[in-house]
Design a protein around this ligand. Sequence first.
Ligand code: ADP
Ligand code: MG
Length: 337
Amino acid sequence: VSVINKIAAGEIIVAPANALKELLENSIDAGSTSIDIVVKDGGLKLLQITDNGHGINREDLGILCERFTTSKISSFEDLTKIATYGFRGEALASISHIAHLTVTTRSKESDCAWRATYLDGKLAPVKGGATADPRPVAGRIGTQILVEDLFFNVPSRLRAFRSAGDEYNRIADVVGRYAIHSEGIAFTCKKQGEAHHSLITTAQASTVDRIRTVYGAAIANELVKINVAGDKRLGLVGASGYATNANFNAKKSYQPVLFINHRAVTCDPLKRALSQLYSAFLPKGGHSFTYLSLLIAPDKLDVNVHPTKREVRFLNEDDIIQRVCESVQHALGEVDT
Ligand code: ADP
Ligand code: MG
């Protein structure tokens, strides 16, 4: 069973950036206003994420890493209208099969923090074979997740990583996207042992400030606001974001920063439509930047995509993409031809 779990986990978590994305989403779901990330060796040696969210109750720590342990779905009804998608209680379980996982957490009901270490979905036995119970430690309200030696028991996966630098850049890309999308949350991200942060935002920073921090002033100074009205018939609750204006013309291309129902995703048809729209007025080879947050009625979203695939599907895709493009065009001051 352990081997099967290990293989399954290795298919879900294929790189440190996948694990980090899941941990980030958990911290955001916990209502955090501050999230700090520390990474060593591209996340393969260490991934540490510290939040000030609502924490986890001590009595929930024993089963935290069992598959399908989730506090986010409490009935079948919830499952049919789930607004999030992906792991559904599998992230921490998966990580515990392919890394050393330590959780330190304190909820507001508790006088102290509790620390637990996990192995293969269960509390890790201490030396001598006794079962380890969570132990009390000093700590503030919130949760710290420590993932060490990711893929230590999946050598084939470990061999596939070329450089810690590339893996760190993927992690920083994920953090940057969530930092842009998460107004009200302060983020920091750095490599362990370095004083310099690769990313810092305050809780108060506006969306444009956040884009400036992550992508630079050249982009942040040339943005127009996008707003797309909802349309019940299409299952579109609404959309908003920012796009670069016609003065901006990058030599390199930027992947759109796209969120659907607050999860970072990709959507190739939308990406193509946007680049086609911009190609109508940017010089040949010029590139734009867009950040879009779409809210889609949960029953119109395909939640059955494989968790590693960030590509998302939804009903009325063509119509919704057209609405988004019309809004971008309108914001850019272009008249329909
Ligand atoms: P899911 O997010 O799909 O519920 P996970 O495996 O990612 O599944 O997490 C399992 C559960 O652990 C969550 O439902 C939540 O109750 C708890 N949890 C995980 N991370 C945090 C966190 N940072 N703060 C508070 N609770 C957390
Ligand atoms: Mg989760």
